[in-house]
Design a protein around this ligand. Structure first.
Ligand code: GCV
Length: 764
């Protein structure tokens, strides 16, 4: 077998290589011979809207690649091999009707994306056809689709969408079925997204640097916009739409007010124009002090009439240029960002100010709950809950409160955030992080679907057992219409988009989980592998297992047993368990609390009582040492070094064991990856191998730094069989990192000589 030709990863999972199995290829060729647009979908034999045109173009390109032949548009829906495309109410679909039973079994709930904007639909010609809903396919909701093979006449396939966007999503689903070698001969598939807002957050600065970005610079070339539209913008939109993502926040939450000025809005509008056919709305981050910074107002106080007026006028101006503008994300009174508390007002007052300005245009305001204040002498893990829970019920209808998966900050493992389930009157948006700020940046292979699932599947017990985080954010637990999930992206200007050849799996998994949070991590991993590499059985077995084990390996070599926030200062690259200077809640010692007796943060009622923010029975379970899951032990408890764990080892021995286990897991990944060399192209194979070598080296670095540092507290010998460290603790503590992207690195401004005495830095 010849090795596949080199690839650079640019095509992501949309590669559309020829189907390798000759029998399957023949079957697919018979089934998909032509494309027929029915009813209003066609105008003069062509797709009638830009969204349909995008769907047809994707199908033609995809089928041409997969089947190795050109698929033309035809006008004969009765012809064998026709792929008949139209909206649900279009006459002509009688032979494709889905039985009701199929719909009730398989169709998922039909969330509307954002608040609908007829103006834009009309502009794009995407408005729904008139007529009373008479078909069970109506249950699909605005973004849903069905794929059905005919039950009478010649063998054909129908792609029926509740809207043009539904058709586009169905087109991508059909291509995915073919890319993954599925049996399409008896299609009875109806699908619609569980979540309405499915949004990527870019932490991109206007100078094109990306906060916590490890894959090059920002995609948005502000200098050349709006006049030059890089083809990459379209490919970004295609990739997002292929997994159902429908929103893109273009700018960093540490916001720059300039993006709200007209010249920038024109640039944003140009991107919106590219994204529109793909169903992606643009959003921006709004800096709360913008009225002062842009127009010299004396205040940004939400109660001030001039301020209210300013926001209304600015928002009106944005909608004049971008009629389907999605809305704003705001980080306020957090990590130095301005906010309503500067004026003694609450987060709700701040959010409502902007929400009011957006409301009449159908815009959404996403207000972040990521707040904590080192002046407040309360466990940082408790602060967002303390601040936001009392505000439940005081936000406008178009506000969603955006809550990170855990109460600290995207650590390799956290319990779910206690706000989930605790604000029944407020829609909550789950915020995840795809960029690996705390999981080895872009050089560590860490497939994050298991981490996302861990949060989505967590039972909050808010309304008794079965009150999962997924049910909080899909609106079903408390009856909300605004539903969704967002993620800080790992996308940049690197040719392969995400830096690590496996990084795109997290982008892919995020979209798939927004569509259906019930999908398993394995299903998603295998889909992505088949589409990104190949369906070779050996590759699937080895690489899927690497992916599924990878996040736990990172937890083991960085922060096992519930440890958290142990990274070096500023860039968060590498270990720094000794970090103790600066504001306390940016140090490692604040979180691990290691001393001669033991290690861990006591969050029981005897300690900070963060457990009190969880519903029963979680509160009791987490409070009791013997019942607390060991994976979260040191998150909730300060535990004696000699305490015996379920393995029979003492805590100290178990800690060492897990650090070593993490390193060993990466070595296992190297061995598994080596086994697939024949079936992966050399370019991507080599990059993954090289990155795994870096990961193994850095896993050892994490292990040695943490174990040696904690040993200086525990004063216990290293257990037998533990690999000796290459560097002493003193050496490890003096390492400096000049090369870490994703942050304005304070070290770059100083020479090594000037740095020799540097012990403390100002950033966390
Ligand atoms: C954009 C963490 C990161 C910051 C980030 C912040 C946030 O603290 O280190 O870079 O700021 O989260 O989510 O606002």
């Amino acid at each position: 077998m010849t090795r596949p030709a080199d690839e650079d990863g640019y095509e992501l999972w949309l590669r559309y290589r020829r189907v390798a199995d000759p029998e399957l290829l023949e079957r697919y060729r018979r089934q998909f011979g032509s494309i027929v647009l029915l009813g209003a979908a066609a105008r003069g034999g062509e797709a009638s809207t830009r969204t349909l045109a995008a769907a047809v173009a994707e199908l033609q390109a995809g089928l041409a690649g997969l089947l190795g032949r050109t698929i033309t548009l035809s006008e004969d829906p009765s012809q064998a091999g026709a792929l008949v495309i139209g909206r649900t109410l279009t006459p002509g679909f009688d032979e494709f009707r889905l039985p009701r039973a199929v719909l009730s079994n398989e169709a998922v709930s039909s969330n509307e994306a954002v608040l609908s904007k007829e103006a834009v639909a009309a502009k794009d010609g995407t408005a729904a056809e008139a007529g009373a809903p008479a078909d069970p396919l109506d249950q699909l909701g605005r973004d849903g689709f069905a794929l059905v093979t005919s039950t009478a006449g010649a063998a054909r396939t129908a792609l029926v969408g509740a809207s043009d966007l539904g058709i586009l999503y169905g087109a991508f689903q059909l291509l995915r079925l073919l890319q993954t070698g599925s049996d399409t001969s008896q299609l009875r598939l109806a699908s619609s997204p569980r979540l309405g807002l499915r949004i990527l957050n870019h932490w991109d600065n206007l100078d094109r640097t990306v906060e916590r970005g490890y894959a090059g610079f920002s995609l948005w070339d502000w200098q050349k916009l709006p006049d030059y539209l890089e083809p990459r913008y379209t490919d970004y939109a295609r990739a997002c739409a292929s997994v159902g993502i429908n929103g893109s926040v273009l700018t960093n939450v540490n916001a720059n007010a300039l993006v709200l000025t007209d010249p920038f809005i024109d640039k944003v509008g140009a991107l919106a124009q590219v994204f529109r056919p793909y169903g992606i709305r643009v959003y921006l981050t709004a800096r709360f002090s913008s009225p002062i910074e842009l127009d010299g107002l004396a205040t940004a106080d939400p109660r001030n009439p001039d301020v209210r007026d300013w926001w209304r006028r600015r928002v009106d101006g944005i909608y004049r240029r971008i009629p389907d503008f999605g809305g704003f994300v705001v980080k306020a009174n957090s990590e130095g960002q301005p906010g309503p508390q500067n004026y003694g007002r609450s987060h709700a007052e701040g959010a409502n100010l902007l929400a009011d300005a957006l409301a009449e245009h159908g815009g959404v305001l996403m207000w972040r709950a990521f707040v904590y204040d080192h002046e407040v002498p309360v466990d940082r893990a408790k602060q967002a809950y303390d601040e936001f829970k009392p505000l439940d019920g005081s936000f406008r209808r178009n506000v969603v409160v955006q809550v990170k998966n855990g109460p600290i900050d995207f650590q390799p493992r956290e319990p779910h955030h206690p706000l989930f389930g605790a604000m029944p009157k407020t829609p909550l948006l789950l915020e995840l992080q795809l960029t690996q700020e705390y999981l080895g940046c872009a050089t560590h292979l860490a497939y994050l679907a298991p981490m996302f699932k861990e949060c989505l599947d967590s039972d909050t017990f808010a309304a008794g057992p079965g009150s999962s985080v997924a049910k909080v954010i899909d609106g079903s637990l408390h009856g909300h219409e605004l539903t969704g999930m967002c993620a800080v992206t790992n996308i940049g200007s690197d040719r392969n988009w995400c830096g690590h050849p496996f990084g795109a799996a997290n982008w892919y998994a995020f979209g798939r989980l927004c569509w259906d949070p019930a999908l398993s991590s394995r299903e998603i991993a295998e889909e992505w592998l088949r589409m990104t590499f190949s369906s070779d059985a050996g590759l699937l077995a080895s690489a899927a297992q690497i992916m599924l084990d990878s996040r736990e390996a990172v937890v083991d070599y960085m922060t096992p047993l519930g440890l958290h926030h142990q990274m070096a200062v500023g860039h968060h690259y590498g270990p720094g368990p000794w970090v103790s200077e600066g504001r306390p809640d940016w140090t490692s010692v604040y979180y691990h609390r290691a001393d001669e007796q033991g290690i861990g943060f006591d969050r029981t009622p005897a300690g900070s009582n963060a457990v009190g923010q969880y519903f029963e029975p979680l509160r009791s379970q987490y409070s009791q040492l013997e019942q607390c899951p060991e994976s979260l032990l040191l998150w909730f408890h300060h535990v004696a070094w000699d305490h015996r764990l379920r393995s029979g080892r003492t805590l100290w021995e178990e800690l060492c064991h897990r650090y070593q286990r993490g390193v060993d897991a990466v070595r296992g990944f190297q061995a598994s990856w080596a086994r697939v060399s024949a079936v992966v192209d050399e370019a991507r194979f080599r990059q993954v191998s090289d990155f795994l070598r870096i990961q193994e080296k850095e896993a050892r670095w994490w292990r040695d730094a943490c174990v040696l540092y904690f040993q200086s507290c525990s004063r216990r010998p290293l257990p037998a069989g533990y690999e000796p460290a290459e560097k002493s603790l003193a050496e490890l503590r003096t390492l400096r990192h000049y090369y870490v992207p994703g942050i304005h690195n304070p070290f770059l401004a100083q020479t090594p000589r000037a740095l020799s005495g540097t012990r403390s830095e100002t950033r966390k």
